[in-house]
Design a protein around this ligand. Structure first.
Ligand SMILES: Cc1cc2nc3c(=O)[nH]c(=O)nc-3n(C[C@H](O)[C@H](O)[C@H](O)COP(=O)(O)O)c2cc1C
Length: 435
């Protein structure tokens, strides 16, 4: 059993989540007060760089470096946006943080907005998260009453507002350039990167800091306790803790905070209580459906950005989806392929056409109308579309199918030979529904 590490982001609070006093008894808003007293953005950025905090929204980019890029632009017009879009199947940790630990996020947003000198600051919140929004708004009111937010912040002679921007729940709208487009009233279409990185060319064409909810929630802790403290857990290149959204075939799905580098087996067995109904692990998506699955012989993999990349998969935003051995992998792949097809914004032809063709072919095989030729076609399409498109959606769709075929080709062949699905549909349906 691994050493237990005290919770950082999910440390229990006294009282209701929006109650500012509960947060303050644990040192809440001390980092913000210090930042306002010091008025030294370089020092904040240096501490973040020392901490080696990496973004928790999927790409794992170094947070301090990103803030520095925004600050280095010689302009008085910069923006800050907290990304609380969260629309990927199997990822639900950001809405948990917003709802249950809103002050920690507000404090992180205030520090970020102040440090980059944002002219306006937004929390882009998925419109479906009604409970999270209610909790966040109550917490913002309290922070405003106490002078942490709003007019003449902490009597220091400047104003800082945070505005909740209602994001209209699509997966692609969580991609940062698409999100910024939608915030300006245009369709949520991603932009080509390079050159359109938000740090250089963001909201209204100006340098914009975009960070994930969880990334920002770490910031007050890093500043209050110091970079050294932050790096005491986790691994060299991925320090700190991370929230794992655990779903699928486990007894206890939920959000778990663990040090980066924790073995996948620990997440499934110790946190999730293992696989229900005496079944076994058949496959696991360690970083959501856009990254390759791993098999039951790979459960000792360490859950951090570099270890998973080295193993040919990725951590993403740590949405761990467990698939058990009663599940039909063709049906499972079909459900996720449908998700990708539905969520393609249609802007890039390889994505628009590719996600549709992949879904069609997998459906044909699942329904017992497939041929061996379809397997070759699937691989061919995967090869054509991978890496195309202005965002990674189509690559995710291609990796899913390619990886499913590589690990479970025999199941596709059984569907073709038997002209139908050999699995019990009820078992598969429940697995897919949870994912
Ligand atoms: C299709 C797609 C969807 C995404 N959805 C989200 C999201 O819901 N929330 C999020 O924080 N990042 C999302 N991202 C990643 C963002 O583009 C961006 O990298 C992130 O918000 C940066 O914050 P971080 O540096 O703190 O991780 C998505 C990326 C892609 C390609």
């Amino acid at each position: 059993m691994e050493k237990q590490v005290p919770l950082r982001l999910l440390a229990p609070l006294d009282g209701e989540p929006w109650d500012i006093d509960g947060y303050r008894t644990r040192g809440g808003y001390e980092a913000w007060q210090q930042v306002v007293r010091d008025r030294n953005p370089d020092r904040v950025i240096e501490e973040l760089k020392q901490s080696r905090l990496r973004g928790r929204g999927g790409a794992g980019f170094l947070t301090g470096l990103k803030w520095e890029k925004v600050v280095h632009h010689r302009t008085n017009e910069r923006y800050f946006v907290c990304n609380a879009g969260e629309h990927e199947p199997g990822t639900f940790k950001d809405r948990y943080l917003v709802q249950h630990h809103p002050h920690q996020l507000i404090e992180g947003c205030l520090i970020a907005a102040f440090t980059v000198g944002a002219k306006a600051s937004y929390i882009y919140l998925n419109a479906e998260f009604l409970d999270a929004r209610a909790s966040l708004e109550k917490a913002m009111d309290q922070a405003r009453e106490r002078g942490f937010l709003g007019k003449n912040v902490l009597g220091a002679g400047f104003d800082l507002e945070l505005e909740v921007f209602e994001g209209h729940g699509s997966y692609v709208a969580g991609e940062e350039t698409a999100m910024l487009e939608s915030m300006e009233g245009r369709p949520a279409h991603p932009k080509q990167k390079p050159p359109f990185y938000p740090t250089d060319f963001g909201l209204r064409g100006k340098p914009t800091l975009v960070n994930n909810v969880e990334t920002l929630s770490h910031v007050p802790h890093v500043l209050r306790h110091g970079a050294q403290w932050f790096t005491e857990v986790g691994v060299e290149k991925s320090p700190g803790t991370m929230l794992f959204s655990l779903s699928g075939a486990v007894n206890r799905p939920g959000v778990y905070e663990l040090p980066l580098g924790t073995p996948l087996r620990h997440v499934i067995d110790e946190c999730g209580g293992g696989v229900p109904h005496g079944r076994r692990v058949k496959a696991v998506f360690p970083g959501g459906p856009s990254f390759s699955m791993v098999g039951p012989d790979e459960l000792d993999l360490q859950m951090d950005f570099d270890s998973l990349k080295k193993a040919g998969t990725g951590l993403g935003s740590a949405g761990v989806i467990v698939v058990d051995d009663a599940t039909c992998m063709v049906a499972h792949t079909l459900a996720l392929s449908t998700f990708f097809r539905e969520e393609s914004c249609g802007q890039c032809p390889p994505c628009r056409i590719g996600t549709e063709r992949l879904e069609d072919l997998v459906a044909t095989i699942e329904e017992g109308r497939g041929t061996r030729n379809d397997l070759d076609k699937l691989l061919q399409i995967c090869g054509f579309v991978k890496g195309t498109g202005f965002c990674t959606l189509v690559t995710g769709a291609s990796v899913l199918v390619h990886n499913s075929l590589r690990l479970f080709r025999h199941e596709y062949e059984d569907h073709i030979a038997g002209k139908g699905c050999p699995f019990n549909p009820t078992a598969t349906e429940s697995a897919v529904a949870v994912a």
